[in-house]
Design a protein around this ligand. Structure first.
Ligand code: F6R
Length: 608
């Protein structure tokens, strides 16, 4: 995750931009840079490392432009050096970028055939060159950006300024957040309200697909179809930034929508996008190849993330995995052979049962690895090593972005384990890593099904009971779907392995109980379709969550089919988490429930 700031100002802006970047440094500090325009001339300063290095450069060679963009970087593509630092520039423009351009390789190849030359290893430079190429074809800057944006795949936010254009900045949002600030004869662009706080108290959040044309006295916002749209302006109060809901009614909605960005950031931390391989940002005090088994413990949603990872570790690394809910594990007196790996998953890092299990495993001589979101938590402190989920603060009690970030980290660990044990070839690793890099973009696509899901939620809200079914990694996801739904809507919901249906729960099937089936087109798809036939034959009403191929091949009547974009089967659970979260959310909202603070629950469960 990187930080973006832009100012269309009336006085030299470099200092203000650096000040705003300081507030964004929490988003990345591999390098930083500023570009400004003075009398139509573009100039930039960039520096590797923390912002203070950039400040030194600026003090030696100041920039005096009155319109400018700045960036603080968390490296995804290319080393964190000055060459790869943003803003990237050509003779025509400068651009800053947050997120990942997935199809940068194919765009780069296209541009190279057109004679465009590249200086860096970054995906961002491809955007700079593509817009420049369009301008060389005679398009004015706004048109050049407008034709470029639909060609970019992935989750990203962008900010542009152009040579010779002293009253123009363009910002674009596609899966990564971007806000517009309104001042007195000045306008601003920023990754979040926090960045813009010292500059203005009036902001508007761009929605996904929006792009905005900023001038000193006006901001025109277009949606992804190019239509001019109005986005409401908000007054921001100082001190309210950390717990800022943005344009959303609830934190849970904001956190669901943030996922393309936060998952992108997390995976950028664990994979080398350019090389297509996992590079763990931690030193493990053990070698995966020496392990005979992994024991996982966690609670609730974190446990279900662990359960999905059992499939990954066993399939990709051929390591047997035992998994327990921590409240059981801690009292089970499980025998553990010293020197094995105990893995704990927790958003808060404070959950009492998980912590007690961690202490038990530690006393049993296990290597303790925790996948946690709060790096200062007790579990983080008491573990031998932590793998941070980097999801940012999660305020909604129902876990959403922490879950998908946990999955991202666990998959990276399973891939690293597979490589270390020689069970995953470099080629297969690259295929899965490439699929993982595509996940933020697919999550953005998945979010576009929100309107359909919102309408469906009205039907679901009438039910007293709901059954979720799935096979393979869709089975733990079915459990998560049921958990999410029951905890915020209070509708009784159960998750089952689809193959277990006929061993009992099939007795429950009637027209009153929706049966939600998660079935991407994977190796067990046909088996799940057979289970759906069994439900349909008994008059059950099916809501099918599948992908494009699955929707074509399912061949049976459903109450609704939610069609996800195609994803590699290994990463599918991360993408398919989105519709189950949205369904729970909209059902609860429709029923008037307190979505962010459901009854009887707490964010951090520090009691048994
Ligand atoms: C459900 C949820 C809980 C938590 C569980 C563990 O949406 O949030 O089930 O997952 O209480 O909490 P952490 O991850 O903090 O250990």
């Amino acid at each position: 995750m990187c930080g973006i700031v832009g100012i269309v100002g009336n006085e030299p802006v470099a200092e203000q931009i650096v000040e705003a970047l300081r507030r964004l440094e929490y988003r990345g500090y591999d390098s930083a840079g500023v570009a400004t325009l003075e009398n139509g001339q573009l100039d930039r300063r960039r520096a590797e490392g923390k912002l203070r290095n950039l400040e030194v450069k600026l003090s030696q060679a100041p920039l005096s432009g009155v319109i400018g963009i700045g960036h603080t970087r968390w490296a995804t593509h290319g080393k964190p050096n000055e060459t790869n630092a943003h803003p990237h520039a050509t003779d025509r423009l400068a651009v800053v970028h947050n997120g990942i351009i997935e199809n940068f390789r194919e765009l780069k190849a296209f541009l190279e055939t057109k004679g465009m030359r590249f200086e860096t290893e970054t995906d961002t430079e491809v955007v700079a060159q593509l817009v420049t190429y369009e301008m060389r074809q005679g398009r004015p800057p706004i048109e050049a950006v407008a034709v470029t944006l639909p060609r970019l795949r992935g989750a990203f936010a962008l900010g542009f300024i152009f040579s010779g254009e002293d009253d123009l900045m363009i910002g674009a949002r596609h899966g990564a957040p971007l806000a517009i600030g309104y001042g007195d004869g000045e306008t601003y662009l920023g990754s979040d309200a926090l960045a813009l706080a010292p500059l203005t108290d009036e902001i508007a959040y761009l929605e996904d697909g929006d792009w905005a044309i900023l001038r000193h006295k006006s901001v025109d916002i277009h949606d992804e179809n190019g239509q001019l749209v109005h986005r409401p302006r908000h007054k921001i109060l100082s001190g309210s930034f950390i717990a800022d809901k943005g344009n959303y009614r609830h934190f849970m909605a904001k956190e669901i929508h943030e996922q393309p960005e936060v998952v992108g950031r997390t995976l950028a931390h664990y994979v080398n996008c350019t090389a297509g391989r996992v590079e763990l940002p931690i030193d493990l005090p053990f070698d995966f190849k020496d392990l005979k088994r992994i024991s996982i413990s966690a609670c609730g949603t974190a446990y279900l993330a662990g359960l999905i990872s059992k499939y990954w570790f066993e399939r990709l690394a051929r390591i047997p995995v035992e998994i327990d809910v921590a409240s059981e594990f801690r009292y089970r007196e499980a025998p553990m052979e010293p020197g094995e790996l105990a893995l704990f998953v927790s958003q808060s890092g404070e959950t009492a049962d998980t912590l007690a299990s961690l202490r038990y495993a530690s006393a049993e001589g296990q290597h303790v690895l925790s996948v946690v979101n709060v790096p200062t938590s007790t579990m983080a402190r008491e573990s031998d090593v932590i793998a941070s989920t980097l999801a940012g603060v999660e305020v909604g009690v129902a876990s959403t972005k922490a879950f998908t970030c946990q999955l991202t980290v666990l998959l990276a660990l399973a891939i690293a384990a597979g490589r270390a044990r020689g069970t995953l070839s470099a080629e297969d690793e690259k295929t899965i890593v490439d699929a993982l890099i595509g996940v933020p973009g697919l999550m953005s696509e998945a979010i576009k099904r929100e309107h359909q899901i919102e309408i469906l939620a009205r039907e679901v809200s009438k039910a007293k009971d709901v059954l979720y079914l799935g096979r393979g990694t869709s089975y733990p996801l079915a459990l998560e779907g049921a958990l999410k739904l029951k905890e915020i809507s209070y509708i009784h919901a159960e998750g089952y392995a689809a193959g277990e249906l006929k061993h009992g729960p099939i007795a429950l099937i009637d027209e009153a109980m929706p049966v939600i089936v998660i079935a991407p087109h994977d190796s067990v798809f046909e088996k799940t379709v057979s289970n759906m036939q069994e439900v349909a034959a008994r008059g059950g009403r099916i809501i099918l969550i599948t992908d494009e191929k699955g929707a074509l091949e399912a061949g049976l009547d459903t109450m609704a089919t939610i069609v996800m974009p195609m994803a590699h089967p290994i990463v599918a659970p991360i993408v398919h988490a989105v519709p189950i979260q949205l369904l729970a959310y909209h059902t609860a909202v429709f029923m008037g429930k307190d979505v962010d603070q459901p009854r009887n629950l707490a964010k951090s469960v520090t009691v048994e």
